[in-house]
Ligand binder design. Structure first.
Ligand code: Q9C
Ligand code: ZN
Length: 355
């Protein structure tokens, strides 16, 4: 498979995240991606490429998924943060006030100008540090997703967008869950715009891909499927329940398979088969897999118990679907094992695709 890696990823390096009243070290670190690259050097799976996407094409693709106001916010965020207080250059930006639009009389139409307010307007948690290089890294990552989509459109069997920050929690105009630009959604939309009539997204990250679900919730052309920790007890808490089946034209085109914390590979595999049964009826021409490895037993912030070898089996099973497949790199915080787990899944896919 062709692997598009983000050479600017380390520009995004959060220092701390807010967790239950304390500042704790960031989980979503540059070394995550470096471990995957190191394992790919040991077990090469295909050409390692830099995306070649011009600015205008990238901007147009971003606007297919995210609002112009949000992209402008992200692009100017660091400058505005430092303008609040020159000492802010030493700290990452985190929101600390939110408008709670749906429940109270906060003015969602207010012309919010203070940067502290704008942060709260475009973020849904205080665990996603926005740093000096966030826009640079996230934007270059979106280019990886686009290049991977082009590879499938050109007839490729598989492509991997190896980038961070991850994307599946990011919505039309908000960031959160360590995500800023929704790489999987950008890829799915690029596949649609490139002529794929129906695209399926199968999210295997431990956390529900709320951003991706929301972006396609009212559409019948992109089927979204997600296996994840039950939001009744797991992040992102407010979306990802089994009764969310899509709305309007998209009614029936979203499927959530939440599993209790503590679930192992057997339960996970059963849920996967349910997702694949749904996928079969849809007639997808391409598959996007937001690939989180935080289902691993050793993950410090997650609650499933998958083992390293399970990722090989998952990859093989995904290959047997037989669709052109695009992987994006999402979560996975057991940093030392992350490279092995990610490459296991992809190697399993290559083995399954070849047989
Ligand atoms: N101290 C992804 O896997 N916070 N995002 C958990 C841990 C949010 C995970 C708190 C987890 C987001 C892409
Ligand atoms: Zn996750």
């Amino acid at each position: 498979m062709k692997i598009f890696h983000n050479s600017l990823h380390a520009a995004h390096a959060g220092r701390q995240e807010m967790f239950r009243g304390r500042m704790v070290p960031s989980h979503e670190l540059p070394e995550r991606l470096e471990h995957v690259l190191a394992e790919l050097a040991r077990r090469p799976l295909g050409e390692l490429l830099e995306p070649a996407v011009d600015d205008a094409t990238l901007q147009a693709a971003l606007l297919r998924v995210h609002s112009g106001a949000y992209l402008e916010f992200l692009q100017g965020a660091w400058q505005a943060w430092v303008a609040l207080d020159p000492d802010n250059a030493q700290r990452d930006a985190l929101p600390s006030v939110w408008p709670l639009g749906h429940r109270h009389a906060f003015r969602m139409d207010a012309p919010t100008r203070h940067f502290a307010a704008r942060l709260g307007q475009h973020a849904f948690d205080a665990g996603t540090p926005l740093t000096a290089g966030t826009w640079t890294a996230a934007r270059a990552g979106a280019a990886c997703a686009l290049a991977a989509a082009r590879e499938l459109l050109a007839g490729g069997r598989a492509a991997f967008a190896l980038t961070r920050p991850p994307g599946h929690h990011a919505g039309p105009d908000y960031f959160g869950g360590y995500c800023f630009l929704n790489n999987a959604a950008l890829a799915a939309q690029a596949l649609r715009d490139g002529g794929c009539e129906r695209v399926a997204v199968l999210d295997v990250d431990y956390h529900h891909g709320n951003g991706t679900q929301t972006l396609f919730y009212e559409r019948a052309d992109v089927l979204t499927l997600s296996l994840h920790g039950d939001p009744a007890t797991e992040y992102p808490y407010f979306l990802g329940f089994a009764d969310e089946r899509g709305a309007g034209a998209g009614q029936g085109f979203n499927l959530n398979l939440p599993l209790p914390r503590g679930s192992g590979f057997e339960a996970w595999s059963e849920a996967l088969e349910r997702a694949l049964a749904e996928l079969r009826g849809f007639g997808a021409q391409a598959l996007v897999v937001p690939m989180g490895l935080d289902t691993f037993v050793g993950d410090p912030i997650s609650g499933f118990t998958l083992r390293g070898e399970d990722f090989l089996r998952i990859g093989e099973r995904l290959a047997r679907i037989g669709l052109p497949t695009l992987f994006t790199f999402e979560g996975g915080y057991a940093v030392a094992e992350l490279g092995v787990n990610a490459v296991n899944l992809l190697q399993g896919f290559e083995a399954g695709a070849g047989s």
